[in-house]
Design a protein around this ligand. Structure first.
Ligand code: GTP
Length: 318
């Protein structure tokens, strides 16, 4: 079976970090986001098609040195064609029921069970659905009998929302869906789904966790979720006070306070008296003495000078 991962977006909400690294390669608790997405695919998926555009060379380089145990085909769009246009662009590789995933969400979805459920419906597509308390910031799905989708609403007000179920960005499709996309830049969510409702679109709910890592806040929520699940060991040979969970891959620190929810990549230096919590400190960065870093991402090689505070910010080179 084949899976298409949409990984060509500009990631504007994570700028300036995404000027130098595509969102799919942002590390979430020690693993690039895209690798976390690939690792949730069932073993029946032997080929992963990456629909890429922005910073595709960085993804090519990553998969060259870090094979993921499946065949990976990168298909480029000369400029981003939207989530639907990206599928038309990979159509020559599709030869049966296939999976599509947004490349920026981590979740506990059981994709194998979703594929099984999809085959039972006989519909053209199945969407993974996630329940939220307030759906007003999302694409909302209205469900009829047997989980058949009867309508979509884009960012409805809380009162007008027809359900609390939102599109979680994972789909199983029959190849016929490709006939309804059309040419040029197309959004699968807004343009194609309403068009194919009559051919049977079904929803499948799941529980556990789901995080769309499109923003700074959510990237750190996803990091926390993974750290809680994977519980990296607390390192006893470091000169710092730690509140777990953290993933610390550098030893160059002295008399500082780290955690909870901190990931520190290799070759990072942290100065005396610095306090770091709820943060990602990337390769080669240095945090000066008495700095305070909270709710933030410090990009590769960035130097934060002594006594500076970074609160809910992203620092990165352009
Ligand atoms: P923002 O600019 O911050 O909204 O991020 P984004 O460009 O990634 O857009 P969004 O979060 O809506 O995208 C959801 C998923 O679809 C991400 O995995 C994107 O990489 C992917 N995506 C969005 N637009 C395109 C596109 O035009 N082509 C391809 N191949 N993927 C896309």
């Amino acid at each position: 079976m084949k899976a298409v991962i949409l990984a060509g977006g500009l990631g504007t909400r994570l700028r300036p970090l995404t000027y130098s690294i595509p969102k799919s390669l942002v590390p979430i608790a020690g693993k690039p986001l895209i690798r976390r997405v690939i690792d949730t695919l069932p073993s029946s998926v032997d080929t992963v098609i990456l629909a890429v555009s922005y910073m595709k060379e960085a993804l090519e380089d990553y998969f060259r040195v870090e094979p993921c145990g499946r065949k990976v085909i990168l298909v480029n769009e000369s400029s981003p064609m939207g989530t639907g246009g990206a599928l038309t662009n990979v159509a020559q590789h599709i030869d049966g029921t296939f999976i599509v995933l947004n490349g920026d969400c981590v979740s506990s979805l059981d994709i194998k069970a979703m594929v099984r459920g999809h085959r039972e419906t006989g519909g053209i597509g199945t969407l993974a659905l996630w329940e939220v308390e307030d759906p007003s910031a999302f694409g909302v799905v209205e469900i009829g009998r047997n989980m058949r989708i009867i309508d979509f609403q884009e960012k409805p007000s809380r009162e007008e929302a027809k359900s609390n179920l939102i599109n979680a960005g994972v789909y199983v499709f029959e190849p016929e869906i490709l006939d309804y996309i059309g040419k040029g830049q197309v959004s699968i969510e807004r343009e194609v789904f309403p068009r194919v409702l009559e051919y049977g679109l079904f929803g499948q709910r799941f529980e556990g966790f789901w995080v769309d890592c499109g923003t700074l806040k959510n990237t750190l929520v996803a990091q926390r979720e993974m750290l809680d699940r994977e519980s990296p060991p607390v390192l006893s040979n470091l000169d710092c006070q730690q509140i777990p969970p953290n993933l610390i891959q550098s030893k160059e620190m002295k008399g500082c306070h780290i955690g909870p929810n901190v990931c520190i990549e290799p070759d990072v230096r942290i100065g005396e008296g610095a306090r770091v919590d709820n943060a990602l400190i990337m390769k080669g960065a240095s945090i000066g003495a008495n700095c305070k870093i909270t709710g933030s991402i410090i990009g590769p090689g960035i130097k934060v000078t002594d006594n500076e505070s970074v609160v809910e910010g992203i620092l990165a080179n352009r």
